[in-house]
Design a protein around this ligand. Structure first.
Ligand code: ATP
Length: 757
C-alpha cells in the first residue's frame, strides 16, 4: 500500500479514537444497558452551523498546513445559536468483558499461538531484509565492473540468502494470515450465534425499548468491527511493533547521524498527515452520511411504491432523491479534491526524505562513513519504519473502536432476561382445561412506567368458551392478550391457568403448546407455506400440516397454487392476499392444537369477502377451545359466549352473547352437555374456581353477581340459556363465575379513570 494512503488511513484512525456520541438508549428500562454504540444507520445530521464550525476547526489546522488560510475564515462563524438544545449526554461505554472474550478465544488458542509465532517470525525476517539487501548491493558495487564470472560467484551467496529469507517471510506471512483468518472467523461466528440466542431470549419489553436496527448492528457491524480489530491487533500490532523496534536498531547501527535526522523528520510528517487525514476523514463521513440519506429516500419510496403511486408522487420523490444525490456528489467531489492534494503533498514530502537521505548519506559516503550498501539498507529500513509507524497509528484507532464494539456485544451477551424462556411447571395434557382468571391485574408497560394501562382488571375465561373483549382503541385489549401470553408481567394481581399462577408455569410450554395467537397483521416468514405452518409445531408431519390447513380453510387455495405447499410466500407474506395470509396464520396456530386461542382483531384488516372466509375458519378453530376474542366493535363479537367491555383499563360491563360456536367438519359440536376437550373430566368439581356463580341475566342483558354465599364452584355442565335462546355451556367443567367477576371486580358500569402511577 502506498505510504501516503497509509498515512491517510492512520490519520483517519486518529479521528475515530473518540467514539461518536449516540442519543442515549434507555434500557431495563431507563438506562442500565445503554446499547450505546454508534448506530450504523445514518445519524441525524448535525445542525448546519455546528457542522461548519466543527469542520472548520479541524480544517483550519489542515488548511494552515496547506497554506490556504482563506478557508479558515469560516471558523469565525458564531457558534450554535443559544436556543439550540444540548444533545443528550451519551451513556458511558460499557467496559470490555475480558473473561467473556476469553471463553470465545480459548477454543482457538492453538491456532492463535501458531499465528503469533509466525507473525513475529515474519516481522524479524522483515528487519533482516534491508541488511541483507545492503550486503548484496555492496557486492554488486564491488564486482559490477569486474569479470562476469567473478561477479556471479560473489553475488550468488548473498543473493540466495536474500531469496531464502524472502521465501521464508512469504511463507510465514501466508501462515499467520491464514491462521488469523480462521481464528477470527471462528470467534466472530461463535459470538454471532451466542448473541443471536441471547437476543431471542430477552423478554418482549426489551424489544420495546430497543430499536431492531441497533440489534442487527450489534450482530453484524459490531462483531465485524471487533473481528477486524482483533485480527489487526495480532497481525499488524505484532509485526509493526517488532519491525519498528528492529529497524530502528538496524538504522542506528548503520548510521547514528542519519537515524537522528530521520527521528526529527518522521514524527513531524506523521503528525501532519494525521491532521490532514482527520479533516479528510470528517469530509468522508459527511459524504457517506449524505449517501445514506439518499439511500433512505430511495428505500422509503421503493418500499412504499403503492402509496407513492396512489398519490402520484413519483416526480416529487425523484426530485427528493436527486437533491440528496447531488449533495452527496458535491461532498464526494470535495473529498476527492482533498485526497488528491494530500497525495500530492505527501508524495512530495516523502520523496523529499528519500532525497535528503541520499544527499546526507552521499556526503557520509564521501567521508567514508557509509558504504553504498549501507545507504541502500538505510533507505529500505527507513521505508519499513515509516510503513510500520503508519500501521501502528491505524491500529491505535482500530483497537479502540474494536474494543468499544466488542464491549457493546458482550454487554448484550451478559444480559439475563427478566422472564426466562424456560423453567417452571407444566400442566399434564390430560388435566389441562383452559380455565383462565385475571385476578385484580394492574399493569404499566416497562417503557412507560408512569402510565397505567390496566387497573384492577378481573375477568374469567371459562374452559371452552369464547369471551370477547371490546372497547375503544387504546383501552388495553391487546395488553390483556400480551399478559396472558406472558410477554409482560403484571404490575399487580395474578393470572391463573387452571388455578396455577402463570408466573409459575413454564413460559415456553405455555406459549408453545397451550396458547395459539392470531393477530390482526399475521407475520409470515419468507419461506414456503409448508414451513410457515410448521412454525407452529416444528416436528409436525406433513399430514398434520394439511389437517391444520384444512381446519383453517386454507388447504383449498394452497393446493390451487402451482407449487402448492411449497409456494414461497414472499418477504413477510407479500405474495399472498390478506385473507390467505390470515388463514395460514390460523393453520399455524392450530397446528399445536392449543387449548387457548387468542384472536386479536383477527379479521379487522380484511375486506368483507375475506372476512367471511376467515371468520368461518376461526369459528372452526374456536370449537373446543377457550377463546379470548379481541375486537373494537360489539357487532363483530355477537357470537361470543360472553362479552366484556373494556375501557380505561377496566371491565366496565359484561354481557352475554349468542354463544354459538360453529363446529368444524370433523370436530365435535360444543353442546350444552359439555365441550369435547373436557368431556372426559365430567364429574370433577373444581377447587380453582374463585368465587361467584353464573345467574340468569337481568332484563338489560347484563350478568349480575350471584347471591352472596353462592357455592365456590358449581357442578360441571351447568347449562343455561342466553338471550338469543341458544343453549350453551357456562364452563364445561365448572360454574362460570368469571364474567361476573369481570363486572364485579371494578364496579359495574363504573368508568374509573386510569391512574398515573
Ligand atoms: N409496547 C408498548 N409500550 C408502551 N405502551 C404501550 C405498548 N403497547 C401498547 N401501549 C399503550 O398501552 C395502551 C393500550 O394499548 P393496547 O394495544 O392494549 O390497546 P387496544 O385496546 O388493544 O387498542 P387497539 O384497539 O387500538 O388495538 C395504549 O395507550 C398504548 O399506547
Amino acid at each position: 500500500m502506498p505510504l501516503p494512503v497509509l498515512l491517510l488511513r492512520a490519520a483517519g484512525a486518529w479521528t475515530r479514537l473518540r467514539p461518536p456520541s449516540v442519543p442515549g438508549r434507555s434500557f431495563r428500562y431507563g438506562g442500565r444497558l445503554g446499547l450505546a454504540g454508534p448506530p450504523r444507520l445514518p445519524p441525524a445530521p448535525p445542525a448546519p452551523r455546528r457542522l461548519l464550525l466543527a469542520g472548520s476547526a479541524t480544517g483550519c489546522v489542515v488548511l494552515g498546513l496547506l497554506r490556504t488560510a482563506a478557508h479558515c475564515q469560516e471558523a469565525t462563524v458564531p457558534a450554535v445559536p443559544p436556543a439550540a438544545p444540548e444533545p443528550p449526554e451519551s451513556p458511558p461505554e460499557p467496559p470490555f468483558d475480558w473473561p467473556l472474550f476469553w471463553t470465545f478465544l480459548r477454543p482457538q488458542l492453538l491456532a492463535l499461538s501458531a499465528a503469533v509465532v509466525l507473525a513475529l517470525g515474519a516481522a524479524l525476517l522483515n528487519v533482516r531484509i534491508p541488511v541483507l539487501l545492503g550486503q548484496l548491493v555492496n557486492v554488486v558495487a564491488r564486482c559490477a565492473r569486474g569479470h562476469v564470472s567473478t561477479y556471479l560467484r560473489e553475488v550468488r551467496r548473498p543473493a540466495l540468502r536474500l531469496l531464502a529469507v524472502y521465501c521464508l517471510q512469504g511463507l510465514m506471512t501466508f501462515g499467520y494470515i491464514a491462521l488469523l483468518a480462521r481464528v477470527g472467523e471462528q470467534v466472530a461466528g461463535n459470538m454471532r450465534k451466542a448473541l443471536f440466542s441471547a437476543l431471542l431470549r430477552q423478554e418482549v419489553a426489551f424489544f420495546d425499548a430497543t430499536r431492531t436496527g441497533q440489534l442487527v448492528t450489534r450482530l453484524t457491524a459490531d462483531i465485524q468491527e471487533f473481528k477486524s480489530s482483533f485480527k489487526l491487533a495480532i497481525s499488524q500490532g505484532l509485526r509493526s511493533g517488532t519491525q519498528t523496534a528492529g529497524c530502528f536498531v538496524s538504522l542506528y547501527l548503520l548510521s547514528p547521524k542519519l537515524t537522528g535526522l530521520l527521528l526529527v523528520a518522521l514524527p513531524v510528517l506523521v503528525s501532519a498527515g494525521a491532521f490532514i487525514g482527520a479533516f479528510l476523514r470528517s469530509l468522508s463521513r459527511q459524504a457517506q452520511e449524505q449517501v445514506a440519506k439518499a439511500t433512505v429516500v430511495a428505500d422509503e419510496a421503493l418500499g412504499n411504491v403503492r402509496t407513492v403511486r396512489a398519490f402520484a408522487m413519483e416526480e416529487q420523490q425523484a426530485g427528493l432523491f436527486r437533491a440528496e444525490v447531488d449533495r452527496a456528489g458535491h461532498l464526494s467531489e470535495q473529498l476527492g479534491f482533498g485526497i488528491a492534494a494530500f497525495q500530492g503533498l505527501s508524495n512530495l514530502a516523502l520523496n523529499g526524505i528519500v532525497l535528503g537521505t541520499i544527499f546526507v548519506g552521499g556526503s557520509l559516503m564521501a567521508g567514508d562513513e557509509l558504504s553504498p550498501g549501507d545507504l541502500m539498507s538505510f533507505l529500505v529500513a527507513s521505508q519499513t519504519v515509516q510503513r510500520s509507524m503508519a500501521n501502528i497509528s491505524i491500529l491505535m484507532g482500530q483497537v479502540v473502536r474494536g474494543l468499544s464494539a466488542g464491549a457493546r456485544v458482550f454487554e448484550l451477551l451478559r444480559l439475563e432476561p427478566l422472564v426466562p424462556l424456560q423453567g417452571g411447571i407444566s400442566i399434564p395434557a390430560h388435566s389441562l382445561r383452559g380455565h383462565i382468571c385475571f385476578n385484580h391485574v394492574s399493569f404499566s408497560y416497562p417503557t412507560r412506567p408512569g402510565y397505567r394501562v390496566l387497573e384492577d382488571f378481573s375477568l374469567t375465561l371459562p374452559p371452552c368458551q369464547t369471551v370477547a373483549i371490546v372497547g375503544p382503541s387504546g383501552g388495553g385489549k391487546s395488553t390483556v392478550a400480551a399478559l396472558l401470553e406472558r410477554f409482560y408481567e403484571p404490575t399487580a394481581g395474578t393470572i391463573t391457568l387452571d388455578g396455577h399462577d402463570i408466573a409459575s408455569l413454564d413460559p415456553s410450554w405455555l406459549r408453545g403448546q397451550v396458547i395459539g395467537f392470531i393477530s390482526q397483521e399475521p407475520v409470515l416468514f419468507g419461506t414456503t407455506i409448508m414451513e410457515n405452518i410448521r412454525f407452529g409445531k416444528p416436528g409436525a408431519s406433513d399430514a398434520e400440516v394439511y389437517e391444520a390447513a384444512r381446519l383453517a380453510d386454507a388447504d383449498g387455495f394452497i393446493r390451487s397454487f402451482p407449487e402448492g405447499y411449497d409456494t414461497i410466500v414472499g418477504e413477510r407474506g407479500t405474495a399472498l392476499s390478506g385473507g390467505q395470509k390470515q388463514r395460514i396464520a390460523i393453520a399455524r396456530a392450530l397446528l399445536k392444537d392449543p387449548a387457548v386461542l387468542i384472536l386479536d382483531e383477527a379479521t379487522s384488516a380484511l375486506d368483507a369477502q375475506a372476512e367471511r372466509a376467515v371468520q368461518e375458519a376461526l369459528d372452526r378453530a374456536a370449537a373446543g377451545r377457550t377463546v379470548l376474542l379481541i375486537a373494537h366493535r360489539l357487532s363483530t363479537v355477537q357470537d361470543a359466549h360472553l362479552i366484556a367491555v373494556l375501557a380505561q383499563g377496566r371491565v366496565v360491563e359484561v354481557r352475554r352473547g349468542a354463544g354459538r360456536g360453529r363446529a368444524a367438519p370433523g370436530r365435535p359440536q360444543v353442546t350444552p352437555s359439555g365441550c369435547p376437550r373436557c368431556l372426559h373430566r365430567q364429574g370433577l368439581t373444581s377447587s380453582w374456581c374463585d368465587g361467584g356463580v353464573s345467574t340468569p341475566s337481568s332484563s338489560d342483558g347484563r350478568l349480575r353477581r350471584g347471591p352472596e354465599g353462592s357455592p365456590r364452584c358449581s357442578p360441571i355442565n351447568r347449562g343455561w340459556k342466553a338471550d338469543g335462546g341458544l343453549p350453551f355451556v357456562v364452563g364445561c367443567c365448572e360454574g362460570s363465575s368469571g364474567p361476573l367477576e369481570g363486572a364485579l371486580g371494578t364496579g359495574e358500569g363504573a368508568g374509573p379513570g386510569r391512574g398515573r402511577g
